[in-house]
Design a protein around this ligand. Structure first.
Ligand code: SAM
Ligand code: SF4
Length: 329
């Protein structure tokens, strides 16, 4: 088991497959991008699958989510998914993506064993997409979403981050759009994880504001059937259901006490929290010929020292050195 000293057990592994991306979302990256990891430092598909195998067969990992950076930029994504699906016990496999290129690959990903997908979509206005993501790719994202449904990846979830003065007037249109196509929308509060350190608490659009904006057009009721458990999203039934909307209030209503996640970066570092300031180097172990048992022991030690919370709301909070795109969101 991957247990920490506060009684939490990590069963959900987030694997960043690359730190590279083809968008430049304002809450994530600067317009010029970042210095990407040198290729030799990035784990190969064989190394990734070996670590996942150690996680599921020795450490109780039950869910694997591939993310990044943009995971669809990995040409070996389909074989990585297929090899993960062949592990015993087979974990649940999901993907978080910006959707660019998904239209072409949704079918093969599904066939390889992908169970679920989250696509990020912050705006429905092409000019706002250009401003927010700094690329003119809105149609590709919408096509990717449609392809995910066609491939049978239901329910397709949509992640949206609202930024003040940019897309903060789009909560209602985004929900209308998602309801009309059967996507399950979740808003995520903007977190201090951008590479340019531009996050300001006063500018953040809070869960409370999002809830108020949605309530002007929809009747929202707490979804008692879906207890929150370790899920970060608080879900609401929309207009009596069955459609739902979620709000992930990572900053204003943290859910650290029930966190069941652990993260692996594209260069093979285990992080016990998005906001951790320390990492454990599994890549060095792997490449020095360590046994599975040695890797498992280092991984357990990394999770054991997980702090009780992310501390964003403490005066002494320090943003981690790695930005979200290099950790895996
Ligand atoms: N590129 C993929 C994507 O955008 O879905 C996967 C990686 S991205 C880092 C994962 C999720 O993190 C996305 O839904 C994105 O909107 C979200 N995200 C990125 N930076 C964030 C921030 N500073 N605060 C909150 N969410 C953020
Ligand atoms: Fe890329 Fe995802 Fe970051 Fe946007 S949020 S820049 S799509 S990694």
């Amino acid at each position: 088991m991957l247990a920490d000293s506060f009684g939490r057990v990590a069963t959900d592994l987030r694997v960043s497959l690359t730190d590279r991306c083809n968008l430049r979302c304002a809450y994530c990256m600067p317009p010029e991008g970042l210095d990407w990891l040198p290729a030799p430092e990035v784990l190969t598909s064989g190394e990734i699958v070996r670590l996942i195998r150690v996680g599921v067969s020795m450490l109780g990992i039950r869910e694997v989510r591939f993310t990044g950076g943009e995971p669809l930029l990995r040409r070996d994504l389909v074989p990585i998914v297929a090899r993960t699906a062949a592990l015993q016990p087979r974990p649940e496999i999901s993907l978080t993506t910006n959707g660019i290129g998904l239209a072409r690959r949704a079918g093969e990903l599904r066939a390889a064993g992908l169970d679920r997908i989250n696509v990020s979509l912050d705006t429905l206005r092409p000019e706002m997409f250009r401003k927010l993501a700094r690329r003119d790719r809105l149609p590709d994202v919408l096509d990717g979403l449609a392809a995910a449904v066609a491939a049978g990846l239901a329910p397709v979830k949509v992640n949206a981050v609202l930024m003040r003065g940019l897309n903060d007037d789009e909560a209602v249109p985004l929900l209308q759009y998602c309801l009309s196509l059967g996507y399950e929308l979740r808003f995520i509060e903007q977190m201090p994880l951008d590479a340019q350190h531009g996050w300001k608490r006063a500018e953040m659009v809070t869960a409370e504001e999002i809830f108020a904006a949605l309530s002007s057009s929809f009747a929202l009721a707490a979804d008692d059937a879906r207890s929150r458990g370790s899920a970060p999203a608080e879900t609401f039934l929309v207009d009596g259901g069955p459609a739902r909307v979620g709000v992930i209030a990572s900053v204003t209503r943290p859910f650290c006490g029930s966190c069941d996640r652990v993260r692996l970066t594209a260069d093979g570092q285990v992080r016990n929290c998005l906001f951790a300031r320390q990492e454990s180097d599994l890549r060095a172990l792997l490449r020095s010929g360590a046994t599975d048992a040695q890797i498992a022991a280092r991984w357990q030690a990394a999770v054991a020292v997980k702090l009780p919370g992310h501390g964003i709301n403490d005066p002494s909070f320090l943003q981690p050195d790695r930005p979200m795109s290099a950790i895996g969101g």
